[in-house]
Ligand binder design. Structure first.
Ligand code: ATP
Length: 329
């Protein structure tokens, strides 16, 4: 089956005065129709830049230097801004952490939503308004007629994010890229929005890339996880399998630092050390200086390899089921 999205060896670098920051350095991803991928990693690992690259939204001093982004068979890197402009907002939509990246503070919600519909489709204002109304209902906003006549500042943070999600859904996109959209919201609202987005994607067959530093958020949402570290994917596979049995020591560290499901007051583990500066990456495995398993073999840069069926990891000392059991007992 042809993938909806096939990213191959994508490199997006920032050419700064202090040197070249390889924010995305050889990322490959595949996403099928309706699939949900969680892109996780600590701050600065290159998750957002990956998302922005897929939408052609990387600004100088950054640029996509090489690789291929095939969306529904269209090469977006070769096609450049022209190919992207026809898809962005229509077949590929983005939801940002700050809904005000989507919303215009000085326009009423109906004006913005109607304009969004009419930007890609020749429909009457009344039809566009009805579509906007339905989209608000879909994301759980009650009294949609009244809400349409409001300005963004008249909404709570959670409601504003729902409106931004409704805008992303207006054209029933094939793919939504969501960059930490619930991070600023309290946990109850987060859970509600996650459940709604999951339901909407299932209903419409929309694929989703959910970018987050919080493994707990995506563990119940994503079909597959891709874990990023210093611009690269270090582990990829089905969510349930990764959570139950992480292969890469970094993923294992991320899981150990999640409070979810652990008794109140229990100690959480921290991954030692700091994320490295992209301008000064260690040679070989970039995680080695923080890794409890590192030894001389890690001086060689590991490749992303299949360690078990459907399970990829970039590590020469991967955890396996046997070691997992031994270390947990
Ligand atoms: N405008 C920029 N100029 C220079 N370097 C940048 C710029 N934007 C991003 N970078 C580099 O890319 C790296 C990855 O950034 P990115 O925003 O993708 O990280 P992230 O994993 O999404 O983290 P966060 O959750 O904090 O956004 C940054 O650490 C920085 O080195």
């Amino acid at each position: 089956m042809t993938a909806l999205l096939q990213v191959t060896d994508l490199k997006t670098h920032f050419f700064t005065r202090d040197g070249v920051a390889k924010a995305v350095d050889g990322v490959s991803l595949r996403l099928d129709k309706g699939e949900i991928l969680g892109l996780v990693g600590e701050s600065g690992s290159g998750k957002s830049v990956t998302g922005f690259s897929l939408l052609g939204l990387v600004d100088p001093p950054g640029r996509v230097v090489s690789g291929e982004i095939a969306f529904a068979g269209i090469d977006l890197v070769k096609g450049g801004e022209k190919a992207m402009r026809g898809l962005r907002g229509k077949r590929i939509a983005m939801i940002f952490q700050d809904p005000m990246m989507t919303l215009n503070p000085v326009l009423r919600v109906d004006t913005q939503m109607i304009e969004t519909v009419q930007a890609h489709e020749k429909v009457s204002r009344a039809t566009a308004r009805e579509r906007a109304r339905q989209a608000l209902v879909q994301v759980g906003i009650s009294a949609p007629d009244e809400r349409l006549e409001s300005y963004p500042h008249q909404f709570s943070g959670g409601m504003r994010q729902r409106v931004a999600i409704a805008i992303a859904l207006l054209h029933k996109p094939d793919l939504i890229i969501a960059d930490e959209p619930t991070t600023a919201l309290d946990v109850t609202i987060q859970a509600q929005i996650l459940a709604e987005v999951q339901k909407l994607c299932a209903e419409t067959g929309t694929a989703l890339i959910w970018i987050t530093h919080d493994l707990a958020v995506v563990s119940g949402l994503a079909d597959r996880l891709a874990v990023m570290y210093a611009g690269r994917i270090v582990e990829e596979g089905p969510t349930a399998e990764i959570i139950a049995n992480p292969i890469h020591p970094y993923t294992r560290g991320l899981i150990a630092s999640v409070p979810h499901g652990k008794p109140h007051g229990s100690m959480l583990e921290q991954i030692k050390g700091m994320t490295p500066s992209l301008l000064n990456l260690p040679r070989g495995c970039t995680f080695a200086p923080r890794c409890p398993r590192a030894d001389a073999a890690c001086a060689q840069e590991p490749a992303l390899e299949e360690k078990a069926p459907g399970r990829l990891a970039r590590c020469v000392h991967p955890h396996g089921p046997a070691q997992m059991e031994a270390s947990l007992s």
